[in-house]
Design a protein around this ligand. Structure first.
Ligand SMILES: NC(=O)c1ccc[n+]([C@@H]2O[C@H](COP(=O)([O-])OP(=O)(O)OC[C@H]3O[C@@H](n4cnc5c(N)ncnc54)[C@H](O)[C@@H]3O)[C@@H](O)[C@H]2O)c1
Length: 460
């Protein structure tokens, strides 16, 4: 996610803040009296959370967790000594004891998972590691909080589900955008039937990642920095929606996917691939004779998938990361009463018989303020200092609270599997000329009776 301020479009003074915790350490926040109450069991105890992967994203989780005095961090794991050093510095600077480090080789995380003092782990490693690490965590009896996407193949999706069902130990997919303030206000509006019956959604990941995929210059792979070490390879090898969950996660919460509804099938389309080659050729560090200019990139510049749900809704999902554009997740939601079209830079809505002018958009500010989600009203002041405009606070908070209380996470292994499966399903659809691909029912029929839980708890 991009580090934008989600509060654009909100009038800060309109918020009713029920806490005054500001930037202080997070140990106690008064509970609100809405929604279903969560288990109070063990609520005051400290919980031990480890970290696997303390690169850019792992350290942003660490930053949030270090603000909490209900969490101890006994150990961290990363194979990059620089990342370990930066993480240790953060821990020490926060006045905490140094964490025990596991860094000897790709499987050092298994040693960390053997520790009996660890109750949960936050996994923020390259995509290919997410499932093996989550599976190992569940088998070791540790709650896994895994970054997005959680899996890269259908068999990995099943590995997550099967391991959860065998061990009873949960994995939570850490999809922070589900907690974005505007996304949650829209969820609140959905639940209060403002849009009527939902019909069509649009979402996606439209983010110019060219300077992330090549860093420095036109370098990627082992000699590169940050995500260019591993992420770029996927664009070389796979034509698919490589990163679906930031868009689809929020939409899935609006549509109660896996909880009374489910994804049925998708069809995908891809454009030609131009952006990455062009970037290499035009880059001062590259040029037409650079060896990377000879590479054939599989990933189409824009990959579009259309999902049909059991409930009769359609979802248009876009993956678009190789050409110049302002960042956008491109949300739109349409129901029988009207529609909204919103993101950081554009927020408009039209609701029949409620919007002031017939067939004309109105600004969404007043709606977003009126339907601000109770969790944001409760924690907004505190959350604002955390990453991505505040949503990172919520996703880390939800993970910590579920580990602490030993309850099921609000975004679970079935969500992780269904959302992540869009990558292999879109890949197969594209390979077969945009044929429909059916989603496995990862819940094995339980979606029919499972009830919505996301953001219905009084605390997380
Ligand atoms: N939710 C969000 O908003 C968001 C934002 C950024 C990244 N992410 C996701 O977070 C994950 C990490 O991204 P990042 O930007 O931090 O990448 P990164 O390359 O900066 O960090 C990954 C870290 O994992 C370590 N690593 C690799 N293999 C390992 C192994 N076998 N054992 C232990 N450590 C290992 C690397 O050394 C590196 O420090 C990715 O899945 C990415 O998609 C999510």
């Amino acid at each position: 996610m991009k580090n934008d301020d989600v509060h654009k479009g909100f009038r800060r003074r309109d918020f009713v803040m029920t806490t005054a915790v500001g930037g202080a350490a997070f140990s106690f926040i008064p509970s609100l009296s809405y929604g279903r109450r969560s288990s109070r069991k063990d609520k005051s105890k400290k919980v031990a959370i480890g970290f696997i992967g303390v690169g850019g994203r792992g350290r942003s989780h660490l930053r949030n967790i270090l603000k909490r005095d209900d969490v101890v961090i006994p150990a961290i794991c990363d194979i990059d000594p620089k990342a370990v050093e930066l993480a240790q510095n953060m821990i020490v600077k926060a006045g905490r004891p140094k964490a025990v480090v596991y860094s000897e080789g790709d499987y050092a995380f298994l040693k960390l998972l053997e520790r009996s003092d660890m109750e949960g782990v936050i996994i923020a490693t390259p995509w290919n590691w997410h499932t093996p690490m989550s599976v190992a965590a569940m088998k070791a009896g540790k709650y896994a909080g895994v970054e997005v996407s959680a899996a890269t193949t259908l068999s990995e999706c099943w590995d997550l589900v099967n391991t959860y069902e065998e061990t009873g130990v949960p994995t939570m997919i850490l999809e922070n955008v589900c907690y974005r303030r505007d996304v949650m206000a829209v969820l609140n509006m959905v639940r209060q039937h403002i849009f009527g019956e939902l019909i069509h959604m649009r979402c996606g990941y439209r983010h110019d990642l060219r300077d992330v995929k090549f860093n420095p210059g036109v370098t990627f792979g082992e000699k590169a920095r940050g995500e260019a070490r591993w992420r770029t390879q996927h664009s070389l090898k796979r034509n698919a929606d490589l990163y679906p969950t930031h868009g689809v996660g929020p939409v899935a919460t609006w549509l109660n996917i896996n909880r009374g509804n489910r994804f049925l099938y998708l069809t995908s389309h891809a454009t030609k691939s131009r952006g990455l080659h062009r970037y290499i050729v035009n880059n001062p560090a590259g040029g037409p004779d650079h060896p990377n200019a000879k590479l054939k990139w599989r990933l189409g510049d824009v990959v579009t998938s259309l999902i049909t749900t059991y409930g009769g809704e359609t979802i248009l999902v876009t993956h678009d990361t190789n050409s110049p554009k302002p960042y956008s997740l491109d949300f739109s939601i349409q129901g029988t009463n009207g529609l909204a079209d919103f993101d950081y830079n554009r927020q408009r809505i039209y609701i029949e018989n409620k919007s002031p002018k017939h067939d004309q958009w109105e600004a969404m500010n007043d709606w977003l303020t009126k339907y601000d989600h109770p969790l944001w009203k409760k924690y907004g002041d505190y959350a604002t200092g955390s990453g991505h405009g505040g949503m990172d606070f919520f996703v880390d908070h939800a993970f910590v609270e579920t580990v602490k209380r030993k309850v099921e996470p609000p975004l679970d292994v079935y969500d992780a599997a269904a959302w992540s499966s869009i990558t292999p399903l879109s890949e197969r659809s594209l390979a077969e000329g945009s044929t429909p691909q059916y989603f496995p029912d990862f819940t094995r029929g339980r979606w029919i009776n499972r009830k919505p839980v996301f953001a219905l708890n009084d605390d997380y």
